[in-house]
Ligand binder design. Structure first.
Ligand code: ADP
Ligand code: MG
Length: 340
């Protein structure tokens, strides 16, 4: 079982300036897996820009050209889970062996390995074995290797051995062709000005670009409404608002410290003064609630604390907001400030 999705093909992965390098490198790897200097091939870029699609496309193409090769696609999250299970069941060696005999290993979202030293260690050994035997490794990540945090140096240096190719935001023309291609495949007709309106307004995430078109089609067919610019506007607005809602941990610390009239340095300081501790705990609580950052990453950004401290802060805020009226008001006020 390769776990590959045949719909994620090269044919369906439209080319543009934003992805030309990554796409060409992918084609080169698919033509000669393990036989190019692109080993590993690391594809990186933001959410919804096509990393998973392109990783599958390479695997699908290899399977097509070399049916005898074993190709495996797996997310770093699932890989981690399998590894943990193997340790529990006392068959870590079987786990390692399984991965060492694969011809093409594709691991998606390797940023997930950050902070997981056991899994990084086992992956390091698997990687070395595959690489030494001329097997192909393909990785994806939401960041370039230089920006990855909590990944062991020796692993990062392996990531940099081959080629790191970035998927950037697609330009307007590419966004239009992606939409047209999708509509064509789905057998749906849509006026050009509507397609262009959507493509003009959703710029940084192909998944959302497609999502907007899907809601547009659904809205019009369920409500028997004509597809108009007006309707497109309403739908696009929802998507654009949603993307703006990503707040940063820095912004949360700024809002919380302003609220308590202290500066960010004070909020991050080592002091045990009650009101400062509470401000810090609130910042951690909101960071957990409103961002995708891990506990460890939140801790390191809010005064270099560890993940246990952040977890404790979240629990304390939960408890206090149900038992302490004043504290509940803090939470409500800050929630409002963070949602404007
Ligand atoms: P990521 O893994 O980077 O978050 P995905 O690979 O899941 O992104 O892509 C999100 C959606 O956008 C998928 O439906 C994918 O098919 C589509 N997509 C992304 N880039 C392209 C492209 N260049 N051509 C066609 N579809 C694309
Ligand atoms: Mg993905």
């Amino acid at each position: 079982e390769s776990q590959l999705n045949p719909n994620y093909s090269f044919e369906n992965f439209l080319e543009g300036d934003s992805n030309r390098l990554a796409r060409s490198a992918g084609l080169a790897v698919a033509a000669k897996p393990g036989g190019t200097s692109f080993n590993p091939l690391l594809i990186f870029g933001g959410v919804g820009l096509g990393k998973t699609h392109l990783a599958h496309a390479i695997g699908v193409d290899i399977k097509d050209k070399y049916p005898e090769k074993t190709v495996l696609y797996i997310s770093a999250e699932k890989f981690t889970q399998q590894y943990i299970d193997s340790v529990k069941k006392n068959n870590r060696n079987d786990f390692i062996h399984f991965y060492q005999i694969i011809d093409v290993l594709i691991i998606d979202d390797v940023q997930f390995l950050s902070g997981k030293s056991g899994t990084q260690d086992v992956f390091f050994h698997i990687f070395n074995h595959l690489h030494q035997n001329g097997k192909q490794v393909i990785l994806t990540s939401d960041k370039a290797p230089v920006d990855m945090q909590d990944i062991e140096q020796r692993l990062l240096s392996r990531f940099k051995w081959g080629l790191s190719a970035e998927l950037q935001n697609p330009d307007f023309e590419t966004r239009v062709s992606i939409l047209k291609n999708k509509l064509y495949r789905d057998g749906v007709e849509m006026p050009d000005d509507i397609i262009e309106y959507v493509a003009k307004n959703i710029k940084t995430n192909v998944r959302e670009l497609e999502g907007a078109i899907i809601s547009l089609i659904a809205q019009s067919s369920f409500n028997k409404k004509e597809i108009t610019i007006e309707l497109a506007k309403q739908i696009v607005e929802k998507f654009v608002k949603n993307t703006k809602r990503e707040v940063s941990i820095d912004y949360i610390q700024k809002i919380v410290s302003d609220y308590f009239q202290m500066d960010v340095d004070t909020l991050q300081s080592k002091t045990r003064k009650r009101h400062i501790v509470q401000a810090r705990q609130l910042a951690m609580f909101f960071a957990k609630k409103l961002t995708k950052a891990s506990l460890a990453s939140i801790g390191s950004q809010i005064g270099k604390r560890d993940h246990a401290t952040v977890l404790h802060a979240c629990k304390t805020v939960d408890n206090l907001s149900s038992t302490d009226k004043q504290f509940r008001k803090y939470v409500e006020d800050i929630t409002k400030k963070l949602s404007v």
